[in-house]
Design a protein. Structure first.
Length: 444
């Protein structure tokens, strides 16, 4: 889409994981007679009205939020909330959010909001915001195997054939390659549909309306992709909106799978958590959440792709020793036991896994036109220069600069050191061959 590419609305607010539909709308102007003198007073509709499937912690239902309204020269008394044209609720004047009574999972509705003052004047209604109640009993969408995707063409001239090629051939091949053949995309293309009456790039309402037009429910597909002309690219969990090339589709679906951008961190010394490290938001050129066809070890671990065939390709390192790793960008051979990545705790060893901080170590085999060869070290859920939680490739020391060549890599003889508790951890590259990297880890 997120942003250049950004998660939908991430810069403005946090989108709940269970969001299925969200609408951002802006003010509409109207003239309403003043209750006192009969003069004309210009009123606005409430701003930033949003409707979305509520988190499962509240059960199935629709949640709303908006910007506090101020009546010119009068006091606000309450709001009117309309569902499909009928008045269904009157939130009090102090409210800037509201949760509806639970609705059936998969139900589709359109909503508008107005404000009412103490004299009974009603403001113009907002542009509509559509939403669908989330099915909280539904199984989690898969991340391994066939991901069933509904592609919705909305307000665009893109043909069904072009969309199918971009998603079910090109983007699917990206996932199949990065997952060692464990994940691919399948599904259907719907539309094109012309949807009016909302802000042009209100992706969530466009998706809700398009799903209604196509007659498809949430449970029929694992994910939804929206092609919408001129709307850039953005994503939220449960659906995505994108325009452009296959990598864009793969990238945005990655956000739907709860992956974030693959960052890069350039540090002047070979030490972690140096506050002089600089960040680049999409700086990793070794991950399609940054800008290539592969995925880094933290992302593969999150998707469950490092446990192929019931065998873990990820080794947790907790003590000093010499370790070999096989290329992360090459699928394991039958019976192979060499790990394809190491994971080393950087924080307290007593912290629960869900809050743990790690360094991942991986080896990339040379791939013409895609990857040079060498050892990469990546942080995950580690604060580097004030950016917590985004996995990113590390370049540390004066000989490591962030360019798309061997300068990214820790070469034989180079190392990364970071404090841990009262001691420290050092990861040193001993040797690199065409199919193996050898590292020595020292834990003190």
């Amino acid at each position: 889409m997120r942003r250049s590419c950004s998660r939908f609305g991430r810069s403005a607010f946090t989108v709940p994981r269970a969001v299925l539909a969200l609408a951002l709308t802006f003010s509409t102007l109207a003239f309403v007679p003043d209750s006192g003198a009969g003069a004309a007073t210009k009123l606005q509709a409430p701003e930033m009205f949003e409707a979305f499937g509520a988190p499962c912690t509240k059960s199935s239902g629709i949640a709303f939020r908006w910007t506090r309204y101020t009546f010119p020269g009068a006091a606000l008394h309450h709001y009117n909330l309309y569902r499909d044209g009928a008045l269904v609720a009157q939130p009090q004047a102090s409210a800037v959010s509201y949760y509806s009574d639970p609705t059936l999972p998969g139900e589709y509705h359109s909503y508008v909001l107005s404000a009412v003052d103490t004299a009974g004047r009603e403001s113009p209604r907002t542009p509509r915001a559509s939403a669908i109640a989330y099915d909280c009993t539904r199984r989690p969408p898969p991340r391994v195997g066939a991901l069933k995707v509904a592609v919705l063409l909305v307000n665009t001239g893109i043909s069904k054939e072009s969309a199918a090629q971009a998603v079910f051939v090109d983007a699917s091949n990206v996932y199949r390659e990065a997952s060692w053949g464990q994940t691919w995309l399948t599904g259907d293309v719907f539309g094109p549909y012309k949807i009016d009456g909302i802000r042009k790039c209100d992706s969530m309402t466009l998706v809700s309306d398009a799903r209604q037009a196509a007659g498809i429910t949430r449970n029929e597909y694992d994910y939804f992709l929206l092609y919408g002309a001129g709307c850039g690219s953005r994503a939220v969990p449960g659906m995505t909106a994108f325009v452009g090339n296959p990598i864009n589709a793969a990238h945005e679906l990655g956000h739907v799978l709860d992956l974030d951008h693959a960052r890069s961190s350039s540090c002047p010394v070979a030490a972690l958590n140096d506050r002089s490290c600089t960040q680049s938001g999409n700086g990793s050129r070794f991950d399609f959440m940054g800008g290539t066809r592969e995925l880094n070890a933290p992302h593969k671990d999150k998707l469950g792709w490092l446990h192929m065939g019931g065998v873990s390709q990820l080794l947790e390192v907790s003590q000093s020793g010499t370790y070999e790793i096989a290329p992360l960008n090459v699928a394991p051979k039958p019976g192979e036991t060499t790990p394809h990545a190491l994971r080393i705790i950087t924080g307290s060893t007593t912290v629960p896994p869900s809050h743990q901080k790690y360094i991942y170590v991986e080896f990339r085999q040379v791939t013409p036109g895609k990857n040079p060869q060498g050892v990469l070290m990546e942080h995950s859920a580690t604060e580097i220069a004030g950016y917590p939680g985004y996995p990113g490739v590390l370049a540390a020391g004066p000989n490591h600069i962030l360019t798309y060549d061997g300068s990214y890599f820790f070469k034989p003889g180079s190392q990364l050191e970071f404090p841990r508790g009262a001691g420290a951890v050092t990861i040193k590259v001993k040797s690199v061959t065409s199919d193996r990297a050898v590292l020595h880890v020292t834990v003190t």
